[in-house]
Write a new protein. Structure first.
Ligand code: ATR
Length: 282
């Protein structure tokens, strides 16, 4: 990397930030594309977020990624929020268009791209069971519904949150059937037996823990499993899918996918294929 007087700057806002893989992913793609730019981590605490957003304009950054805890709280400081980020209710990518800051959310498209490239899964008309009802679940629901999925059953430890998501999104996506289902019911088991895709959007498995209900055991043999968790070793759910010979993928592809979509928003060109994925694999 050769920094000089015309080097463009991008970065990621978060707290904590030291663990982020985005600088490695983005700088590898920037170098491969021969672009004169650098992507750096910015440790932005909550109380300085407005000033940090103003600095995107005043310092002329190309844009930033946004991570925990700013994905929702950054919204009021931006000039425009694209329709997908509005539906998801969170922004993970900001593009600086001559001082106008546009908020996007590339998590959902990263998820869809990863489903397609790793599991050859196309959502149109399919039945999905989704575990969790937090921010990651919202991105997955919006992306799947926009891709014309037939039905999403949302199941969450706190059932009321699944019900709220169904209520909120049903009006937006009349062609997708949205159903809330509590954990540990017979109905949930019958959904498991018939779905095409199981998605875990919760953090369960990150520390080696498991859900206290049968999931993979009763999952349809034709189903694929997408686990947004990625850990150095297979999580109990991933191990169970592996033991049953089910096709599954973990969240590394989604991490790469959201970065690839963000790169394209900033630079107007696709990053080299698989470069972010290979950085994460290392
Ligand atoms: P994210 O933005 O990553 O989705 P979040 O908004 O905090 O994070 O949501 C976390 C999700 O993981 C929630 O659906 C949460 O369930 P609750 O709504 O019941 O809290 C789920 N979750 C976290 N720990 C869990 C556990 N041990 N068992 C089951 N679900 C869990």
């Amino acid at each position: 990397m050769q920094l000089n007087g015309t080097t463009k700057i991008l970065g990621i806002f978060g707290d904590p930030i030291a663990h982020t893989l985005s600088p490695k992913m983005q700088n590898a793609a920037i170098a491969a594309a021969g672009i004169n730019a650098v992507f750096v981590p910015f440790h932005v605490k909550e109380d300085v977020l407005p000033g940090a957003v103003a600095a995107i304009r005043s310092l002329g950054l190309v844009g930033v990624n946004v991570t925990v805890p700013h994905k929702e709280s950054i919204i009021p400081y931006l000039d425009e929020i694209d329709s997908e980020a509005k539906l998801i209710g969170a922004v993970n990518t900001v593009v600086n268009l001559d001082g106008r800051l546009i908020g996007h959310n590339t998590d959902g498209r990263g998820f869809l791209n990863s489903l397609h490239s790793e599991l050859s899964f196309l959502p149109a008309g399919k039945n999905v069971l989704l575990l969790g009802a937090g921010g990651a679940a919202r991105a997955a629901i919006v992306a799947l519904a926009q891709a014309d999925v037939g039905r999403i059953v949302i199941s969450n430890r706190t059932y009321g949150k699944a019900e709220e998501l169904v209520k909120e999104f049903s009006g937006h996506f009349p062609d997708t059937e949205l159903i809330a289902e509590p954990f540990a019911t017979e109905k949930l088991q019958s959904h498991l037996a018939s779905v095409d895709l199981l998605v875990n959007t919760t953090v369960v498995g990150l520390q080696g823990e498991d859900f206290s209900l049968p999931l993979i055991e009763t999952l349809s043999a034709k189903a694929v499993f997408y686990d947004m968790v990625y850990a150095p070793v297979l999580t109990p759910l991933q191990q169970a899918a592996n033991d049953r010979g089910l096709q599954f993928a973990d969240g590394r592809g989604m991490l790469a996918g959201q970065g690839e979509v963000a790169f394209e928003l900033w630079f107007g060109t696709r990053p080299a294929s698989d470069i972010m994925r290979s950085v994460i694999a290392k």
